[in-house]
Design a protein around this ligand. Structure first.
Ligand SMILES: Cc1cc2nc3c(=O)[nH]c(=O)nc-3n(C[C@H](O)[C@H](O)[C@H](O)COP(=O)(O)OP(=O)(O)OC[C@H]3O[C@@H](n4cnc5c(N)ncnc54)[C@H](O)[C@@H]3O)c2cc1C
Length: 414
């Protein structure tokens, strides 16, 4: 969705207060996703400690899915048969200061990698709202942060090592493999097990974060570009009430020429005088430091600290275009709208088609890791590269060993 259409849409949505609470937590002790809204189809979870163990396991099983840090809200990581965890494969394999890359194994999280990079003088270009997620899982679903010049997290990937359905080790790189690589990076877990992933790094940098409260909707409508481009990363939080954006989170680099001038007013919003949670009524103790206090990139780009529980409202962000086949930003910059739902899938499921209908004219693409009811036919019309992706997947997984209900329905149905 481009920015202009987004602004129109936003005005329409704010008029209809459809977002409301909901569900009871699943009661059983079965393995669940992080949010607790999904019970996985099996408890058969195997933990691999090495490439050889991954290869052996993959060769032995006829059906399996890799489980990352379980932060997807839908059944993309689910299996009725076998789950494979690479949690203990969480090492940094190589930091190459000349090539500006870091290579890690398939189970490491951003929270583990970021301090390592910073202490050695390096940084990643962006992060999601929290650091707890696995790098392989996040890139596989095109997870993103904000910043209209920042691509999603998968755009930092420059090489992958994948164990295919036959147990073979395949290496793909941006430099050598062109289109196949661009197809594989946002791979939805369909091509195989990512055992190593190489990311671009840059010299480390410091950031400051300011929060502004109560941005009038009219200001956002008239100055959306100026607001979004005012700093390295900008997030707008709203509960869709009272014709205003509740909070604007502005994250800027401290270098000269990139710093944000933190005036007391920002397009009619007032600079906060204390640290805030995206829901102002909640304690900010789990949120990253604000009020302009300088800190390293990885302690400012996420909204939440490592080890925090999370609850958010709607968040609006901007992302740069990229060339990764299944990225929502494939060949178009995007405005993203994130909804935090309360735990009542039946009620949410009823609301969703209405929201998706409103968004349809704007070519909106659902996030692969979140809840949606978009039909497979519609997905194919908005993710144009799905047919090529299907062919690529078949090359590495001809029998569908890594497919599950999510993939069969959304990607592989004819
Ligand atoms: C509190 C919270 C905040 C979030 N914030 C953001 C945000 O700011 N921005 C955003 O875009 N999204 C956000 N998300 C969504 C989430 O981060 C992504 O969907 C991401 O995929 C989660 O990674 P994971 O490892 O937990 O994934 P999982 O759910 O464990 O797996 C996701 C997919 O990756 C595959 N996979 C995982 N590891 C491997 C591997 N080694 N090899 C092959 N395939 C693998 C799985 O099979 C599955 O298909 C958030 C989610 C939560 C719960």
């Amino acid at each position: 969705m481009n920015k202009r259409t987004f602004i129109k849409l936003f005005a329409a949505m704010i008029a209809s207060p459809v977002i409301s609470p909901l569900f009871a937590w699943a009661q059983s002790n079965k393995l669940k996703n992080w949010a607790g809204n999904l019970e996985y189809g099996t408890d058969r979870l195997y933990s691999a400690n090495s490439l050889e163990q991954v290869r052996d396991y993959v060769k032995k099983q006829s059906k399996l899915k890799v489980l990352g840090t379980r932060h997807c809200f839908n059944n993309i990581a689910d299996s009725m048969h076998n789950l494979l965890s690479l949690k203990s494969m969480d090492e940094v394999v190589a930091l190459d200061p000349e090539a500006h890359t870091v290579t890690v194994t398939g189970g490491i999280t951003y929270g583990q990698l970021c301090p390592y990079l910073h202490t050695r003088g390096f940084a990643l270009h962006n992060l999601a709202s929290l650091p707890h997620i696995s790098i392989a899982g996040a890139c596989s679903t095109a997870t993103h942060g904000s910043g209209e010049k920042n691509g999603n997290l998968a755009t930092a990937v420059s090489a992958l090592e994948i164990v295919t359905a036959a147990g073979e080790v395949v290496k793909l790189s941006r430099q050598i493999d062109g289109e196949a690589f661009r197809g594989a990076v946002v791979g939805l877990g369909a091509l195989g097990v990512i055992t190593k992933i190489t990311l671009d790094v840059q010299p480390t940098f410091m950031m400051r974060q300011y929060v502004y409260e109560n941005l009038p909707l009219s200001e956002m409508r008239d100055h959306f570009d100026a607001i979004e481009s005012s700093a390295y990363s900008v997030s707008l939080f709203t509960d869709w009430q009272k014709q205003r954006i509740n909070e604007v989170w502005i994250k800027s680099r401290v270098e000269e020429g990139q710093a944000f001038e933190a005036t007391s007013e920002f397009f009619g919003a007032k600079r906060a005088i204390r640290n805030l949670h995206p829901i102002a009524e909640l304690s900010a103790e789990n949120c990253t430091e604000q009020m302009g206090v300088p800190g390293p990139w990885y302690e400012r780009l996420p909204h939440f600290r490592m080890g925090s529980p999370h609850l958010m409202i709607s968040e609006i962000r901007a992302i740069a275009a990229d060339n990764l086949w299944l990225s929502p930003c494939y060949e178009q910059p995007c405005v993203t709208i994130h909804f935090t739902w309360k735990q009542d899938w039946p009620a949410v499921r009823k609301l969703m088609p209405g929201i998706e209908k409103e968004l349809a004219p704007f070519n909106a693409r659902p996030h692969w890791g979140k809840l949606f009811t978009t039909s497979p036919a519609d997905l194919k019309s908005i993710y144009k590269k799905i047919p090529e992706f299907v062919q690529l997947s078949k090359k590495y997984d001809p029998q569908g060993k890594f497919r599950n209900e999510f993939l069969n329905t959304n990607i592989f149905s004819s």
